[in-house]
Design a protein around this ligand. Structure first.
Ligand code: PMP
Ligand code: GLU
Length: 405
């Protein structure tokens, strides 16, 4: 059955689908700014740096060299080879080009895998907090989301015991990210080894390990789940260019997996997009084979901002925050402020309400935690200039300080 909204007849699926909270609030910030409102948004997970020049040059050259035609659906072979070489070099994973498929952003890579591996009613386990689009993709596949709740005590990481307890004969897929969006937490080798022991006992469970923040880590070693040989054939590694190379607008991501998985994803992609942008893929080859110093410079800038913000956030009474190991987010627990009153008497009961209040009261936009599967957190992106961050924390402290019991 389909539903009708206003005059437009729409599918039940689209009517029941949540808008991406990260993109929706970022759009709201743009609109408020266009109206002339003094608003700072720490909402979007997007590096505030330009794509390094050698990557841009490679794409420009590709245009002149005729990379303006349909590419092979799974990606330019040269790029698939460069990705396989990168996975060997950086992650200790032995793959060939045939184990790699390039898509229009890691978001589409994730979507392809979920659609190809999951049937309606199958169970998909996701540790929460999770990135907003994971749950939406499970919803689109009409699968059942099985959420594992994690807390600040485990640095928002699921334990082997929690994973074991969540698996049933209907479990088909586990979706996780390390470093995590939204918490920045990373699974250590020992953490992963404990999870692998569980997964070895459940051969029907496939795992998406999203490693898109791999290059943005601040001291912890990044370990790929697929480096555990006993489950390698069931792990789909997702990665991309958006974060580590500041290439969000290029829309390029990839998976590495066993060949049968690549084959089915290629079939789906062939019916949906015909593959990623040809000349953008030439730029991506240069990202993987060229100078890594610009990426390292970005990482150091994020590290500095992380340290700055951590001290400033901890100085605000009631904000509970951990030091993230990677990515560029803080995910503070704001439960101390829920149930309090705004100056106009409104009671702030949810983080949605808290974020709306902060926009109205002090012109600060953050992403409410509800969309990430938790009830008392907000997400703060620190992919912004230090001066913006300091101004934002000042506004946060002022806004929170005006709430009363
Ligand atoms: N995975 C995670 C965890 C992310 O935060 C993002 C952010 N965009 C993506 C995947 C998708 O990235 P993109 O589509 O830009 O490659
Ligand atoms: N992944 C980024 C974020 O979480 C980009 C926006 C999106 O695609 O959701 O903000």
């Amino acid at each position: 059955m389909s539903t009708t909204t206003a005059s437009l007849y729409t599918s039940e699926l689209i009517s029941s689908l949540e808008e991406s909270a990260t993109l929706a609030i970022s759009k709201k910030v743009r609109e408020l700014k266009a109206e002339g409102r003094d608003v700072i948004g720490l909402t979007l997970g997007e590096p505030d740096f330009d794509t390094p020049s050698h990557i841009r040059e490679a794409a420009k050259q590709a245009l002149d060299d005729g990379y303006t035609h349909y590419p092979p659906v799974a990606g330019l072979n040269e790029l698939r080879e460069a990705i396989a070489a990168k996975l060997q070099r950086d992650n200790g994973l032995s793959y060939t080009a045939a184990n790699v498929m390039v898509s229009t952003g890691a978001k589409q890579s994730l979507y392809n895998v979920v659609q190809c591996l999951v049937n309606p009613g199958d169970e998909v386990i996701i540790p929460a907090p999770f990135w907003v689009s994971y749950s939406a993709m499970v919803h689109i596949a009409r699968a059942k989301l099985v959420q594992i709740d994690t807390g600040i005590d485990s640095a928002y990481k699921m334990s082997a015991g929690q994973l074991e307890a969540a698996i049933t004969p209907n479990t088909r897929l586990l979706m996780m990210s390390t470093p995590s969006n939204p918490t920045g937490s990373m699974y250590s080798r020992a953490d992963l080894a404990a999870l692998v022991e569980v997964l070895e006992r459940h051969p029907q469970v496939y795992v998406i390990c999203d490693e898109i923040y791999e290059l943005l880590t601040y001291g912890q070693e990044h370990v790929s789940l697929a480096s555990f040989a006993s489950i390698k054939d069931r792990v789909i590694t997702v990665n991309g260019f958006s974060k580590g190379f500041a290439m969000t607008g290029w829309r390029l991501g990839y998976i590495a997996a066993a060949e049968p998985i690549i084959d089915v994803c290629e079939k789906l992609q062939g019916q949906i997009t015909s593959g990623a942008n040809a000349f953008a893929m030439k730029g991506a080859i240069s990202a993987l084979t060229g100078d890594m110093q610009p990426s390292e410079d970005m990482r150091l800038a994020f590290l500095e901002r992380r340290n700055l913000l951590y001290d400033q956030l901890r100085a605000i009474d009631g904000v509970e925050v951990i030091m993230p190991d990677g990515a560029f987010y803080f995910y503070p627990d704001m439960k101390a402020f829920l149930g309090k009153k705004a100056p106009d008497g409104t009671v702030i009961n949810t983080t949605d309400a808290l974020c709306l209040y902060l926009i109205d009261e002090v012109g600060l936009a953050l992403v409410p935690g509800e969309a990430f599967g938790t009830k008392s957190h907000v997400r703060i992106s620190y992919a912004y200039a230090p001066a913006v961050l300091s101004d934002a924390v000042q506004r946060l402290a002022t806004g929170l300080g005006r709430l009363t019991d």
